[in-house]
Design a protein around this ligand. Sequence first.
Ligand code: ZN
Length: 475
Amino acid sequence: MSPEIFKENWELVVGLEVHAELATTTKLFCGCLNQFGNEPNTNVCPVCLGLPGSLPVVNEKAVYFAMQLGRALNCTVNRSVFARKNYFYPDMPKDFQISQYDLPTNSDGRLDLPNGITIGIERAHIEEDTGKTTHIGTSGRISGADYSLVDYNRAGVPLIEIVTKPEIHTIDQAKAYVSELRAILLTLGVSDAKMEEGSIRVDANVSIRDIGETNLRTRCEIKNVNSLKSLGRAIDYEANRHIGLYENGESPKQETRHWDENAGRTRSGRSKEDAEDYRYFPEPDLVPLNPSKETITKIDQELPELPAERRKELLDLSGAKPSDIALLVERNHDSFATETITSGGSPNQVIKHLVNNLPDGLGQLTPQTLAQLAQMEEEAKITNTQAKKILEELVEQGGNPSNIAAESGFEAIDTSEVENLVDELITSHSDEWERFCAGEKKVQGFFVGQIMKATSGQADGKLINQILNERSAKK
Ligand SMILES: [Zn+2]
């Protein structure tokens, strides 16, 4: 595949690290509730407060969720070992975080984007979340704060950190990756995946290189990105900053940077630690996770149908545009579409209505009524405009499309009747007709308008145009 050009001769290289909170009832190593929005420091105990003498016990459900996600991402599920990641910060009362290091639960997977591009997954490991600090003062940061508040409700909440290979080369791919990952998390039910509540958090490793260059240059890790829009803006800003430095004969230094949404720029944070700075070592209070072959087989059997398979199914059935299909799967309307089409609705009409006319939900509509409506439209018993009106009624109150059509006076106008009207109009407006035949586009509207007027808008616009074209071809 030819490389994507980010700007002039530069190629963008992005790797994403997504932290997703697992939707367990309790925390990763204790029985405290895993719940967002409670009074600060109410879901805490000696284990998640790191009090001396307390011991962690791993949450089986969290491990199951992590392995399920691993399999959904085509990873190998390995024998894995928890490790202590040592560093000091007030939101982490133990002074270390229990994570995984050289032996993660999942490795070597991939995620297929709706447009066919595959992004490699390096690993997806289990770790505990930290507490939440709020720095009071004008800076909003720990330096310069008057004082800081800390809430340990989040400390010990189970996380899965999914790390891609540096294989993302456009901003759209980065966004598509996060949306697809979200869709998978939601389908599995392993995370509520709410970006706005911080259930998923994205860090982006950004670097830039010459087109055709194969080595990786210095990257910066951008934190604090909490929407897809910010992700795009942050990557764009950072990539351009790197290009600016290289073009000036300088180069970026490896560091963590924070995205400032209001200023629309990244700011330097701490210089990036290397793994050795964390003095990782195996967690002595926990045994390795070593799933049997049977466990993995069971997980595979229990995997629900994933978004990519759902898209493929609807594509095979309808032949619709991939972007329309992706949208319907995202809205969870794909099985409705499948059922409507198998009930006899023409794929074109069904997909068109679901994509364009039903973004706010289906209400009282059923696959059978939509199929019937699509048939009536396909057989030109009603016009597009009439179909839309009937659809509105079906969504609001349900009912039978043919009855609604009859009640609304949407009687089909016979093709021969429209033909007669067109012929009369051609005779009475010969000047306009000459101009139409000479290819003057705007007269077409005149003819369609006149017929619509004569039939109180009940004629089918497509049919009128078809007759006009036939007549002019014969001339
Ligand atoms: Zn606890």
